[in-house]
Ligand binder design. Structure first.
Ligand SMILES: *[C@@H]1O[C@H](CO)[C@@H](O)[C@H](O)[C@H]1NC(C)=O
Length: 380
């Protein structure tokens, strides 16, 4: 009897093993689950009540394991997903970061540094990395997915880079992937924080595939069952799931009718010129975008404009070094704290930006935000 069980286990294609949760934590639940299932490394972001928001403990769990899986000959593929059904990851835990910034805690430096190092590890990962972005995927959640080889969106995916609304900028490598989207789409998404849903996340080029949410369980099982899959084996499997997913297939891309206007109006040498273009255009769409930009941090808008302009011709690594400088400039400034207060703490949704107008943001202050931090620069 015992022998039969043992041999059944030995015959089993699965090696199912919980590696570690948060080993140093005294909490019962682990905020990130790291498991091997067959020859797959599976990461589950597991803070469902916080929409799987990424905090530094999670980064510190994930990074070493990812590096181990990259070298380990028994690991062929990595899959990352979110627990709870609502979110993949709604972003970084930036409230904690601004609190640290106020009290002079090192988290304000360490969080961005370690987060960007993780983003780079994903962007350079040597094996297939598949992010199942089922649900809210914003900011830091985008950084955990978009640089990997495969991003699978579902009808529940809600994508945005909403940082200009909180006095930050679209970081986690936003300066790399956004200017590489079609035309001026990335700059539009970066400045306005426009939200893309479902299939449109793929149509914009943020996701590589669209698969209906209910099929993800079966998809994950087949991914795990692949033996030493090449990138093209994974592509084939994802393509076949996509072909079976017909939901919303007839719906046109939400920005289809505006893409010409976006390319024309966001083609400019400055944020001021974009705002001017939008106001002069007179269409309801342009009007609405002008109203959106008027609510954003003027400093964030100018930093973001220049970040994407510079990032268009940089490597991911160069972009992350630049973004680390910008993150620290935001920590030294005013608007990031005010944005987090207005949107996440007091929730009055009426931040008082300083400076309050685009004209008030000097070229020099923008320039200084991009300056080298010398020995405190990010090293990859
Ligand atoms: C990260 O989140 C988990 C789960 O909510 C929590 O137990 C842990 O203390 C957090 N870590 C930090 C550094 O905030």
């Amino acid at each position: 009897m015992v022998l039969r069980v043992v041999s059944a286990i030995l015959r089993s294609p699965y090696r199912l093993q919980r590696i570690q949760g948060h080993m140093m934590s005294s909490h019962v639940g682990s905020e990130v689950l790291l498991e091997t299932v067959g020859n797959a490394g599976v990461i589950t972001l597991n803070r469902p009540k916080a929409l799987n928001a990424l905090n530094i403990s999670m980064i510190r769990c994930m990074f070493p394991q990812l590096k181990k899986w990259e070298k380990d000959s028994e690991t062929d593929i990595v899959i990352i997903k979110g627990a709870g059904g609502k979110a993949f990851c709604a972003g970084g835990d930036i409230r904690a970061v601004t609190e640290a910034g106020k009290s002079g805690d090192s988290l304000a430096k360490d969080f961005f540094r370690e987060e960007y190092i993780l983003n780079n590890a994903i962007g350079t990962f040597q094996k297939p990395y598949v992010a199942l972005i089922d649900g809210i995927t914003m900011g830091g959640g985008v950084g955990l997915s978009v640089h990997g080889h495969f991003r699978v969106a579902t009808e529940k995916t809600l994508f945005a880079m909403p940082e200009t609304a909180i006095g930050l900028f679209p970081d986690v490598g936003g300066g790399y992937f956004l200017p590489r989207l079609q035309g001026k789409l990335g700059l539009f998404l970066a400045l306005t924080g426009f939200r893309l849903k479902g299939r449109d996340v793929q149509r914009a080029g943020v996701a590589t595939h669209f698969v209906e949410s209910q099929k993800l369980g079966a998809l994950q099982k087949e991914l795990v069952d692949l033996r030493s899959p090449s990138m093209s084996d994974v592509t084939k499997l994802l393509d076949s799931y996509q072909e079976q997913s017909t939901l919303d297939i007839e719906k046109p891309f939400v920005l289809q009718q505006h893409i010409e206007a976006i390319n024309r109006l966001f083609q400019a040498d400055s944020v001021e010129q974009i705002v001017e273009n939008l106001k002069n255009d007179g269409s309801p769409f342009a009007q609405k975008q002008a109203e959106t930009l008027a609510k954003m941090s003027p400093t964030s808008l100018k930093l973001t404009f220049r970040q994407l302009q510079a990032g268009a011709t940089m490597s991911l690594q160069e972009v992350l070094v630049m973004e680390y400088r910008l993150s620290q400039a935001c920590m030294r400034g005013h608007d990031f704290y005010e944005g987090v207060r207005a949107v996440l703490v007091d929730k009055d949704q009426s931040p008082k930006w300083k400076p309050s107008t685009l004209a008030g943001v000097s070229e020099q202050s923008v320039e200084e935000s991009f300056a080298s931090l010398e020995e405190r620069d990010l090293r990859l």
